[in-house]
Design a protein around this ligand. Sequence first.
Ligand SMILES: C[S@@+](CC[C@H](N)C(=O)[O-])C[C@H]1O[C@@H](n2cnc3c(N)ncnc32)[C@H](O)[C@@H]1O
Length: 241
Amino acid sequence: MPEERIIKSNQRVKDHGEVFTPSKVVKLMIRQPEIQDNLNSLESTFLEPSAGEGAFLVEILKQKLHLANSLSSSIDEYNENSLVALSSLYGIELLEDNVERLVMNMFGEYFAEYINVVTKYKVGKNQHVLDSAKVIIQANMVQGNTLTRLNNDGEELLFSEWKMLPISHGVKKVRRLEYTLNSILDKSGPVDSYPETVNEEIDLFSGTDIPEIDPAKIKKTVDSIKYVDVNIVDVYKKLVQ
Ligand SMILES: C[S@@+](CC[C@H](N)C(=O)[O-])C[C@H]1O[C@@H](n2cnc3c(N)ncnc32)[C@H](O)[C@@H]1O
């Protein structure tokens, strides 16, 4: 087995505190009863605010996909349950190369488990399911600074909630709603519009509190996208109202 790499360079450790958690430690930590309780639900959400390459999120995804498998008695049920599980996991990571690896690692885990399950059901791959998984991962794994709540372009961090709607006429749909990290933390609900660019760099060390966005520094606001409610397997279409 190749040795696990826990640091990329001393400089990155110094600059960003980048030390990855070995998988043995991740497994041990995830065994905590409070975490296991939440892992017994497909929809219970997890946010990793310094996600790195996904040491925790990938392991949590693996366990949630096993749950999705055990709750499903057909491939259609697994497709839906596995995407619900995937849509419950969120990550924020500062460094762009780590975000790329994070997205790849999350998709790699989803894909590997998907192949096991289609083999079990003796069916072929459904590209729509895999494309929907990619859309969910891209939306939920966000490049940004958790402390300033901004990304590298000075934009507010934006997340999608994938809200499962009650079954209507035998059809279960998902509603995709957009939130900024600020609107999640201050519980103000989904956003209609959100600030896109701030004029000045925010100095992280200028005060003792987490910096607030000064409305005077906001250049413009962008309307939030209104997505059409669809079956979760169809989120790859990104249908808008
Ligand atoms: C100690 S590592 C842990 C990574 C991962 N959670 C793990 O256990 O392997 C911390 C990670 O947080 C990222 N990071 C540092 N400051 C951050 C910030 N303000 N916002 C988001 N991510 C940050 C670093 O780039 C690094 O990948």
